[in-house]
Every structure is written in structure tokens, then in C-alpha cells.
Ligand binder design. Structure first.
Ligand code: ADP
Ligand code: ASP
Ligand code: MG
Length: 406
């Protein structure tokens, strides 16, 4: 008998009818002779609704209380799904994150899973029950409820699959797999049959919301066999594996994008030798995440620095830099909002020079100005104005012929 972890996202459990559909999926897997652990998200957009409620009370609610609030969304779904399965004569039991032994580091809002104590889940599985676990939540060693960051139910599922040594982890969602780019925005986007862990990690980190980046990290590190598929259509999904076996040698496999990017520029840094380390140490100490960094030296010997951040972090970043102005030693701060990052990803890039050049040419031909660039072995990212984001994505998707069967 095998063990399968299934995960169903918000849309897939968004109504009673959908929950009954999920129950049918679980039942099918059980009838194939497998033990099943099911991880579910909060129903529909209920997490967003909870966030809105909190904002009506406070502009900056305590992170602890936010976790307390948001973790309730998933608890609704586990109970309803368990009832639906019991109604159909299947034995099922629902577990919150802490009941399932999901222990996280002591961080509110974006905690990482530190370990999973699997005894309770295993004990229930051994009696033949379907175990339904609330995604997105855990508990610290001190007994505080935490959440894993938006989209974090994927990570609960993959981490459980790794800890339980499951035979596979199926992520059921509202699209039929991982596409060459977000099919909600680009009509020519094409479903990929397979993607490598590394490519998927880049795509997820660069904005492809179909999988939580840390879920892919777990899958890669513990070699979890991961499939993304539709909860509504019985179509083959996308396999995420060591090496993408199909469609090998694709130079570019996908285009990812992310809006709400801000470029911060620090002008006239007087001590170009140490200022970089001082600035980024200070920002890191304040948990501010910096992405692309560009430094240039002026003729007078001072330096100018630009870096990109998420727009949500702008106020905090400016505050930290201004508070430490004397120590950091700079003349002026500037910020440009309404930017976006567009990235092309593909493991074939390593051995194919000229990919970045082609990307820049395509953007130039479309009158899209590039504000910042960053590259790795398997991706090239550019920062452009937000208003040009989708135009850039479409142009690149077309230029690299991603809509066509390779
Ligand atoms: P769930 O609630 O099931 O976790 P999400 O909304 O988190 O679903 O993720 C699925 C969504 O991810 C899709 O509806 C799609 O709009 C978006 N998405 C972004 N990039 C991609 C991509 N490359 N392939 C497929 N879907 C993508
Ligand atoms: N309910 C959480 C969210 O909306 C977690 C998830 O769906 O993965 O972000
Ligand atoms: Mg999701």
C-alpha cells in the first residue's frame, strides 16, 4: 500500500460543492489502495477576507494576532472535508497544524517549518483513516501558532510528504498544471509536461504563484515526486522532477513576473569600501529583503547604489536608512515606485550564450525601457515600468516561441 499526499487550494475548496468534489478525489485515491493525507487551504478568498477584517480594526495589527486569525481559515476547511468524507462512509480525521506535529521557527507571518513530529498522523493512517491537515500553519516550540506566508499550504503538503516518505505529492489547483507563463494573463500560455526542480524554484521565486517557493525547496531537497494538476479537470498535470525529461534542451522554459517593485537609489555614498556592507547589514538586521543590487562609482570617488525591494517594504526601508544616515554616510535617497520584474527561466540557458541579448533586443523593439538587470545560470530578470509588464511578458513569450509545442 502506498502513501499519497494530496493538496487542494482555495478555489478547489471554495464551496460545499467543491468540497464534495475534493471528497470524491480523495475517495478515488483511497480506492486505488493508497493511504491518503490531505492538506487543504482556506475556502476561496477567505484568507483575504480575514486580512481585510483585521485592517478594519488596525492599520498594523500584531503579527501574533494575525497568525491567530489567519490560521482559522484552514480550520474551517479541514472540518468540512472530514465531515464530507465521513458522510460518504470513509473514515477521516481532521488535524490542525499543531495536532499534525508541524513545528516552526518562532517567526510570525512567514515561519519556516523546523521539523514535523509525524507520530500522530502515522497512528491515524495505520488505522486506515484519511488524515486531513490544515495547510499554512504550525506551532513553535513555545506553543505559539504561526503561519508559513501566503500560499504556504503547498509547503505544508510537500513537507509532510517528505517527512512521511510519501510516494508522491499531488498539488490540486485551479489550472491544469504549470504553464509557460500565467495562463490567466497570457492566452497562448502552454502547459508544460515537466519542469526541473531548479527551474520551478526560479519560476516560483520570481513570481509564478502556482507553487509556494519553499514547497519547491522541500521537494528538491527531499526528492519528493511532485505533480501540479487540476482539481476539476481530469487531465495529466505537470511533473516537477530532478531533470525535466520531456522537452529537453529548451533554452527558455517559462516567463515569470511580479509587480509592486520599488527601486531605491542611494546617492553619494562617501565610503565606497565599506558602505555596501554597512547598508545591507543594516537592512538585513531589520528583516528587509533586497533583490537586485547595482553599484557605480563616480569620478569623485563616491558611489551610487540602487536596489530593488517589494513596494510594501518601502516605508520601513526609508525609515531604517534615514535613521542610520550618519553611520552610512550618503547624500540623498530616491525611490521609484510602480515597477515590475519580468524574468525568463530555463536550464538550457547555461550552454546558450545570447539569451540575455535576445531578451534585451525584444524589449527594445517593443519600446520597453529596462531599469535594472540581474542574471543567474538559468534566468535573466529585468525591472521595467509596471505599465509595461504584461506587454514585456507577451513579447518574450512569443519571441522565445513558448506557446508552440517544442
Ligand atoms: P491555489 O489556491 O490552488 O493554491 P493559486 O492561486 O495559489 O492556487 O495558484 C494557481 C494560480 O497560479 C493560477 O490560477 C494562475 O493564475 C497562477 N499562475 C502564475 N503563474 C503560473 C504558471 N506559470 N503556471 C500556472 N499557473 C500560474
Ligand atoms: N490560505 C492561505 C493563503 O491564502 C494559504 C494557502 O492558500 O496556501 O495564502
Ligand atoms: Mg497557492
Amino acid at each position: 500500500m502506498g502513501l499519497v499526499v494530496q493538496k487542494f487550494g482555495g478555489t478547489s475548496v471554495g464551496s460545499v460543492e467543491r468540497i464534495l468534489n475534493v471528497a470524491a478525489c480523495v475517495r478515488e485515491e483511497k480506492e486505488r489502495g493508497n493511504n491518503v493525507v490531505v492538506v487543504v487551504s482556506a475556502m476561496g478568498k477567505s484568507t483575504d477576507q480575514l486580512v481585510r477584517l483585521a485592517r478594519e480594526i488596525s492599520e498594523e495589527p500584531s503579527k501574533r494576532e494575525m497568525d491567530m486569525l489567519l490560521s482559522t481559515g484552514e480550520q474551517v476547511t479541514i472540518a468540512l472535508l472530514s465531515m464530507a468524507l465521513q458522510q460518504q462512509g470513509l473514515e477521516a480525521v481532521s488535524f490542525t497544524g499543531w495536532q499534525a506535529g508541524i513545528v516552526t521557527e518562532p517567526v510570525h507571518g512567514n515561519a519556516r517549518i523546523a521539523k514535523i513530529n509525524t507520530e500522530a498522523v502515522k497512528a491515524q493512517l495505520s488505522t486506515g483513516k484519511v488524515v486531513i491537515v490544515a495547510g499554512f500553519q504550525g506551532i513553535t516550540e513555545e506553543g505559539e501558532i504561526t503561519t508559513l506566508g501566503r500560499g504556504g499550504s503547498d509547503t505544508t503538503a510537500v513537507a509532510l510528504a517528505a517527512a512521511l516518505k510519501a510516494d508522491k505529492c499531488d498539488i490540486y489547483t485551479d489550472v491544469t498544471g504549470v504553464f509557460t507563463t500565467d495562463p490567466r494573463y497570457v492566452k497562448d500560455a502552454r502547459k508544460l509536461l515537466s519542469v526541473s526542480y531548479d527551474e520551478m524554484l526560479e519560476l516560483a521565486n520570481l513570481g509564478a504563484g502556482v507553487l509556494h517557493p519553499r514547497a519547491v525547496e522541500f521537494a528538491k531537497n527531499y526528492k519528493v515526486q511532485l505533480v501540479v494538476r487540476s482539481s476539476m479537470e481530469k487531465e495529466e498535470g505537470t511533473v516537477i522532477e530532478e531533470e525535466a525529461t520531456m522537452e529537453q534542451n529548451l533554452v527558455v522554459r517559462g516567463v515569470a513576473f511580479e509587480d509592486e517593485i520599488t527601486r531605491v537609489t542611494v546617492l553619494g555614498l562617501t565610503n565606497s569600501l565599506t558602505s555596501l556592507s554597512t547598508i545591507f547589514t543594516t537592512l538585513a538586521q531589520n528583516h528587509l529583503n533586497v533583490d537586485i543590487i547595482i553599484q557605480s562609482t563616480t569620478e569623485s570617488g563616491s558611489a551610487n547604489l540602487s536596489f530593488s525591494i517589494h513596494t510594501n517594504d518601502l516605508m520601513e526601508t526609508v525609515k531604517v536608512l534615514e535613521e542610520n544616515k550618519a553611520e552610512l554616510g550618503y547624500e540623498q535617497l530616491d525611490a521609484e515606485n510602480k515597477l515590475a520584474k519580468v524574468s525568463i527561466v530555463g536550464s538550457g540557458m547555461i550552454s546558450n550564450p545570447g539569451v540575455a541579448a535576445k531578451m534585451f533586443k525584444v524589449l527594445a523593439e517593443n519600446d520597453i525601457q529596462i531599469k535594472m538587470v540581474s542574471t543567474s545560470e538559468i534566468k535573466v530578470s529585468v525591472v521595467v515600468e509596471e505599465k509595461n509588464m504584461l506587454k514585456a511578458v507577451e513579447a518574450l513569450h512569443e519571441a522565445f516561441e513558448l506557446g508552440q509545442q517544442q
